[in-house]
Design a protein around this ligand. Structure first.
Ligand SMILES: Cc1ncc(COP(=O)(O)O)c(C=O)c1O
Length: 317
């Protein structure tokens, strides 16, 4: 039975948009109607979670922080020896084509997925992926649900950790998200929206789908970065704080400090900065929504996205 989530929301809830039922999806070079967009049951992504993905957002015809997303993606692909035979420019061309075919110039979110591809036999060895890679891009109309910014998300700490690079480096944006899915289930079954995951030493680390920040006594804290996704939004927030004179620290801290935070927020490409309303049932901040530092950072980030989009436009014209 699915848990009852009617009372809450997830960090990736978007406003309902019926147009998404009829989008065209990029599948290995073709634009295919959603109900016919499929990959093989022999695909390494389906069988093993053997693939990498990126989430990107479209603003005014440009994919925000495209270079940073491509840098992370190609680093990941290289680390697991997947050669896709195309570079960032060709990827951009395919994403642009998909967005244009769907009549999108903004308020759209892309999940670009690349797997090792179709296998000759249903077994694990990567050499069996003889017909790869598989490249899929789902681009949906997407506006984050208003309730996220208004009410914030409720987190629960969970037993599942995001661990050491020696098991599965948490920097891999891999198709296999089982580690995070287990964490999310634990949080949901504890009555929260999403999971707050610790690191192997018990320090506060990340959530199952976003990076995590607290604001304490005018300072912004986040984890060391050793055990979480190298989030692009996370990095931008750190850089924005530094540039704006907001003291920011990447450091070990425990739930003791998190429970006593004045504000807390999540970062990710989809929601930018999403306020945290509670951790383990303890309210954070005043009214569940964003506090003054989170609001300031949200504005700085929105300005940065606009500047990045303008810069990309200028470069391409
Ligand atoms: C586990 C996890 N943490 C954080 C993020 C946020 O990363 P970004 O800011 O690059 O979207 C993601 C998104 O891919 C993620 O899967």
């Amino acid at each position: 039975m699915q848990p009852d989530t009617a009372h809450g929301h997830t960090t990736h809830d978007a406003e309902a948009d019926a147009r998404n039922e009829h989008i065209l999806i990029y599948v290995d070079g073709a634009l295919v109607p959603r109900d016919r967009a499929v990959v093989s049951v022999y695909d390494s992504g389906f069988m093993l979670g053997d693939g990498m993905w990126e989430g990107m957002r479209l603003y005014d015809g440009e994919w925000a922080f495209f270079d940073e997303h491509m840098d992370r993606l190609f680093n990941s692909l290289r680390a697991v020896s997947i050669d896709i035979g195309m570079g960032p420019a060709e990827i951009r061309g395919n994403l642009d084509r998909t967005a244009q075919a769907n009549g999108m110039t903004g308020d759209a979110h892309c999940r670009l997925m690349i797997t090792r591809g179709r296998k000759a036999k249903p077994f694990q060895h990567p050499a069996l992926s003889r017909f790869g890679p598989t490249i899929v891009a789902i681009v949906e109309h997407s506006i984050p649900a208003q309730s996220l910014a208004q009410k914030g998300v409720r987190l629960a700490t969970v037993p599942q950790v995001r661990g050491l690079p020696t098991s599965q480096d948490p920097k891999f944006n891999s198709h296999s998200k089982l580690n995070c899915v287990i964490a999310c289930l634990q949080a949901e079954q504890a009555g929260a929206d999403e999971a707050l995951m610790l690191d192997p030493h018990g320090f506060v680390n990340t959530t199952n789908a976003c990076n995590f920040f607290i604001v304490r006594r005018g300072q912004v804290w986040t984890s060391t970065g050793d055990h979480c996704m190298n989030g692009i939004t996370r990095q931008k927030v750190i850089e924005l704080c530094r540039a704006d004179g907001i003291p920011v620290f990447e450091k070990n801290y425990s739930l003791y400090e998190a429970y006593g935070a004045d504000e807390a927020f999540l970062t990710g490409t989809f929601g930018a900065q999403t306020p945290v309303a509670a951790i383990d049932g303890k309210p954070i901040g005043g009214d569940g929504g964003a506090g003054p530092v989170t609001r300031r950072i949200r504005q700085l980030y929105a300005d940065l996205v606009a500047a990045n989009v303008a810069e990309q436009k200028a470069r391409r014209s």
